[in-house]
Write a protein that binds this ligand. Sequence first.
Ligand code: AHR
Length: 319
Amino acid sequence: MKLKALTISTALLAISCTAAFAEGETIGFSQIGSESGWRAAETTLTRNQAEQRGYQLQFSDAQQRQENQIAAIRSFIAQGVDAILLAPVVATGWDSVLEEAQEAEIPVVLLDRQVDSSDDLYLTAVGSNLVHEGEVAGQWLVEQVGEEPCRVVELQGTTGSSPAIDRKTGFENAIKDHPNLEIVRSQTGDFTRAQGKEVMESFLQAENGGADICALYAHNDDMAVGAIQAIKEAGLKPGEDILVVSIDGVPDIFQAMAAGEANATVELTPNMAGPAFDALEAYWADGTMPEKFIQTESKLYTQADDPAGEYEARKGLGY
Ligand code: AHR
């Protein structure tokens, strides 16, 4: 009995030591900016997660510029933070600063986007399968149009970012055996609503006022929402005259779907920080090395999936 009591108290001591060890840690977070509703939600959830777990979060908004992210990471290293979260704006150009973090023995966790550096240079990456997201969107369109000819316009994300590269590849994979579907125009809208609208206006003008466009594929919902506005201003019905499929699952796209103005979205969870902090806590506790890629789910929603209810469920979540 005495031995059992001792064992339990030792176990409790071990648990409280682990908790005390993780609490109060300082985390540097280099965020891309606030280009989209999804990004705003990721920032909010990361702040909430840090607060719930008792971490000090040093937040840096890079305003879409890689050089600002590199400067922020160097500053985190100089401060001696316990870990760094990095949502990398583009895929290339990270080797040197990741090596500096590694030399300083600061674990780096990538959030939502990938880099083309060696995976030895970071602890883990949390994100979705970005190619798969594009494939899900493309597959949905293939099923919608059947054998009908369909001229597609594409709004790409930020040039050089992994979601722009991979979502394009995935969509192209899905349509490649369906010659009736053709991407006739493709341009970046930089993941923003304003540029989504502007670029869609130019697509509409170039495509017979929109009469020659069958579908829009946007690499994120914000660009789709901007484009929907442009389609309406051109006197067409988004969701009917031009099908709209995009990625993220933000509240505004569910609202558009409920109104019949968007057709489908592939959800990307903004809670990247939860799995990232779980991985860091296990690593700090006993050196557990996480998988190099912690994959989040990609779920397709259409107008048949209660978009009004999905809007209600998401509207207070920081998007
Ligand atoms: O990296 C994830 C992408 O970045 C989201 O799909 C988009 O909305 C954001 O800007």
